[in-house]
Design a protein. Structure first.
Length: 244
């Protein structure tokens, strides 16, 4: 059995299938500090963007049992390439840090291919390795673009934005937490990075800092439509996209 790898205070027991290291949805949720089922939900939502036997493998119950995992309905295992693609749906600061940690410390070990592996499987593994190299280059390029954008982008808490725009009559302090959760969901669905809040007297999500353009994109349209209302009645984020 491979040694346990500790990432973000989570012990991961490496899993290998089809000659490459893979990760389960449960492992991804745990290390990314997401509610159970989050990675599976994002996978199902973006499955049309992923390729079978390249981004993920589907194992039958007996095959999963051979890995020490009980999966009565079968098991889906993400390759490094699939993990990197799915991580794009976790657009927070922690996700960027963890992608580096898992790529360098979990997926980096290459398992020697046995001679019994079919030529077709060897071809798939070679394609996977080439695709992963491309994904790493794309990830680094994206990170540089994000970093450059953050250097010029202004990030504000709800309180800072309300004070700056003088909308305290339209948004009460008691509604800050609701509004912060709303903007966080909008940013996540639209791939907009924001800074998770740390320290201070406010609840953590209220201390989140969102880019100025997130307020312009999600909050101002909502305020214009609901100026006559005395309290927040936030619509689902998907409705915002349709109305705007």
């Amino acid at each position: 059995m491979a040694d346990v790898i500790r990432i973000n205070n989570t012990d991961l027991t490496p899993i290998e299938s089809h000659g490459v290291r893979v990760i389960t949805f449960d492992m991804m949720d745990e290390v990314h500090e997401r509610p159970s089922g989050t990675a599976r939900k994002n996978f199902n939502r973006n499955k049309h963007r992923l390729k079978d036997e390249m981004d993920y493998f589907v194992l039958k119950t007996d095959e999963a049992t051979g890995l020490g995992i009980w999966a009565p309905n079968g098991l889906i295992l993400l390759t490094e390439r699939g993990y990197l693609k799915l991580s794009k749906t976790f657009r927070d600061d922690l996700a960027w840090e963890l992608m580096d940690m898992l790529v360098n410390n979990y997926f980096s070990v290459v398992t020697p291919i046995q001679h019994t592996v079919s030529p077709r499987m060897l071809q798939i593994v070679e394609l996977l390795m080439a695709e992963v190299a491309d994904m790493r280059r794309e990830l680094e390029h994206t990170r540089r673009l994000v970093h450059a954008a953050e250097l010029t982008q202004e990030f504000l808490t709800i309180a800072q934005w309300v004070k700056r725009e003088k909308v305290s009559r339209q948004i009460r302090r008691s509604d800050y937490q609701t509004l912060s959760l709303y903007i966080a969901a909008c940013c996540t669905e639209n791939g907009i990075a924001f800074h998770s809040g740390k320290g201070g007297a406010w609840p953590q999500n209220v201390r989140n800092k969102y880019p100025r353009n997130a307020y312009d994109k999600f909050v101002w349209p909502w305020l214009k439509r609901r100026q006559a209302q005395a309290h927040l009645q936030l619509v689902p984020t998907r409705s915002v996209a349709k109305e705007d």
